[in-house]
Write a new protein. Sequence first.
Length: 105
Amino acid sequence: MAKILLLVSLLLYITIAEAAPIPAEWSATASKSINAMKLKLAKALDEVVLAAPPPKRSEVKKATTGHMKTIDTLLAKARATGDEKKAIRIASSYEEAADLIFSII
């Protein structure tokens, strides 16, 4: 359970740290990076849910779903800005978080 809380905390930290504006129009490279991050992070968060004790799975699922919604909200709000490099850095940060999850679980 401590590992799960650590992983969820890590994702929350990255969300807060990287909550700055992202680009409005993304290049193919940025779109590819963001889509790859979303797929990888979704798989990692699914693993976190599966690693949770059965009585806590619904709580963990709710938390991980909240993190994905936060990421989607950040990216949706970012469409109005133009800092593509920041979007790629955010995607990279979350992809690194997913790699950490895979290395722990």
